[in-house]
Ligand binder design. Structure first.
Ligand SMILES: [Zn+2]
Ligand SMILES: [Zn+2]
Ligand SMILES: [Zn+2]
Ligand SMILES: [Zn+2]
Length: 227
């Protein structure tokens, strides 16, 4: 699925398209985000430390998220978020750890403010069989009030990676797992060639969704944020 150039995504505040690294810099200065923060800070409620997290798949660099997480939110909140937007297939176990491979497990009841500092990176593993591995790095910290009533807010995510039909090279929106696993094909199909596609051993072709877990275990989306 790699196309040799970096995937891009839109700033959720001003709509500008950038790479994940560009957005790390941009989000710290985006005038529309600054405006949203000023507005939030005038609302009632208590101030807290709020973390800008760059979340990325450990192996597929096309997939990333820029999140804002309240200091009072727990890693269980983050686990729930990652399952909804990227990972959940059949309720597998998951774990957060710090210190890379062989690092120390961090309990999910921990609050963000107990774990995060600028530059800290956690690893999240979902499913210890067909594992999805996600890296979560703190790239910014602010003090103030959250932008939403939820523990986590989505600021940007990668655009859906472009895929081409293996039959005709037109844009693909379906994936046949049998082609992928048994025939070593990409399995990508357009709306036309998905009609009458002969394979069923892995179920009918699934919609291609914006998640690094596509094609793993019985994942089938929808790859939408939980709120
Ligand atoms: Zn912006
Ligand atoms: Zn599963
Ligand atoms: Zn086609
Ligand atoms: Zn097939």
């Amino acid at each position: 699925m790699s196309r040799g150039k970096q995937s891009r995504g839109k700033c959720g505040f001003c709509g500008r398209e950038m790479t994940k690294g560009g957005l790390s810099r941009h989000l710290s200065s985006c005038s529309q985000r600054q405006e949203a923060i000023r507005t939030a800070n005038q609302e009632p409620g208590r101030e807290q430390v709020i973390y800008h997290l760059l979340v990325r798949d450990a192996w597929l660099s096309d997939f990333w998220l820029h999140l804002e997480m309240n200091g009072s939110a727990t890693l269980a909140d983050l686990d729930h978020y990652l399952r909804a937007i990227w990972l959940e297939c059949c309720g597998h176990l998951s774990q957060f750890s710090i210190g890379g491979w062989g690092g120390r497990e961090i309990p999910k009841r921990s609050r963000a403010e107990q774990v995060f500092r600028l530059g800290v990176e956690l690893t999240h593993i979902y499913d210890f069989g067909t594992s999805s591995e996600t890296l979560i790095k703190v790239v910014g910290v602010r003090e103030g009030k959250p932008l939403t009533s939820h523990p986590i807010a989505l600021m940007a995510r990668n655009d859906q990676p472009e895929a081409r039909c293996m039959e005709c090279e037109q844009p693909a929106s379906w994936l046949c797992l049998e082609c992928m696993y048994e025939l070593n094909e990409t399995g990508m199909l357009c709306d036309e060639h998905v009609q009458d596609h002969p394979h069923e051993a892995y179920g009918a072709p699934m919609p291609l969704v914006n998640s690094p877990r596509v094609g793993m275990c019985s994942y089938c989306g929808p790859a939408e944020p939980p709120y």
